[in-house]
Design a binder for this molecule. Structure first.
Ligand code: GTP
Ligand code: MG
Length: 233
């Protein structure tokens, strides 16, 4: 997968993959940031329980089962920091993590678009996710995860429209890139980039990742190091 991403980068740099992964220095900054301790801060099932918004924050958002918690684990190099599961609806609160002793806060969100869960639960999660995403001034970027086997779905479009409206910047990240064949992954990337272009608050770069193989993880760490506070001293 890493080869595949690099091949794309070489062939079509700028249009689809560009930015922090270009040079070794940002990659190294990302590596150093995510080599620091990451600790669970708290879970919030209601807005009243959010931690203070005093640090730059990144949120992992996306449909249920897209791989949000797995991506957070892959970034931090910890297998079970955030709980993952085959069963959609694993993450039921907004789980906050501290990275590097106050350099960056990471928020693992419950998934949306999960039709099988009890309706009141789904509605409560959806309300919480939307209220959090819209009203969190410390939120620097939302990583909006899209399953690379499926591409963007209508429920993703609704969240993107809401984020456009609230002027919250977000970046599309394809997950599970180890699953589709190369041609299908190419097609999904092209489709996803085209969707991103139609949204004003979407970052121009769509990243391709696999929590399974580690593809795209150094590049995503580099992107997040750009919004983290500098190391003390
Ligand atoms: P909810 O919290 O329920 O919304 O799910 P989530 O988005 O946090 O997904 P989670 O990380 O729990 O992963 C869901 C399933 O997908 C698990 O069985 C993971 O092992 C699997 N998965 C996640 N990332 C990858 C990946 O990169 N490759 C493969 N092959 N499987 C993955
Ligand atoms: Mg989860």
């Amino acid at each position: 997968m890493a080869d595949h991403a690099e091949a794309r980068h070489g062939a079509d740099a700028g249009a689809q993959l560009s930015g922090p992964e270009a040079g070794p220095a940002p990659i190294e900054a990302g590596r150093l940031l995510f080599a620091q301790p990451c600790t669970f801060l708290r879970g919030a099932a209601a807005l009243a329980h959010l931690p203070e918004g005093d640090l730059p924050e990144i949120a992992f958002a996306g449909r249920s089962n897209v791989g949000k918690s797995s991506l957070l684990n892959a970034l931090t190099g910890r297998r079970a920091l955030a709980r993952t599961s085959n069963t959609p609806g694993r993450t039921q609160e907004i789980n906050f993590f501290d990275l590097g002793g106050g350099r960056l806060r990471l928020a693992d969100l419950p998934g949306y678009g999960f039709a099988e869960a009890p309706k009141p639960k789904v509605e409560a999660w959806t309300r919480l996710i939307r209220a959090y995403l819209r009203g969190r001034p410390s939120l620097r970027r939302v990583l909006l995860l899209i399953d690379s086997r499926h591409g963007p779905k209508p429920s993703d479009g609704q969240i993107m429209a809401m984020l456009d409206d609230a002027a919250v910047s977000y970046q599309l990240v394809l997950t599970k890139a180890d699953k589709p064949a190369a041609a299908a992954l190419d097609e999904c990337l092209a489709r996803t980039v085209a969707v991103a272009r139609r949204h004003v608050a979407a970052h121009p770069e769509t990243l391709i990742t696999s929590s399974e193989t580690g593809a795209g993880i150094p590049e995503l760490r580099a992107a997040l190091a750009e919004v983290a506070l500098p190391a003390a001293g």
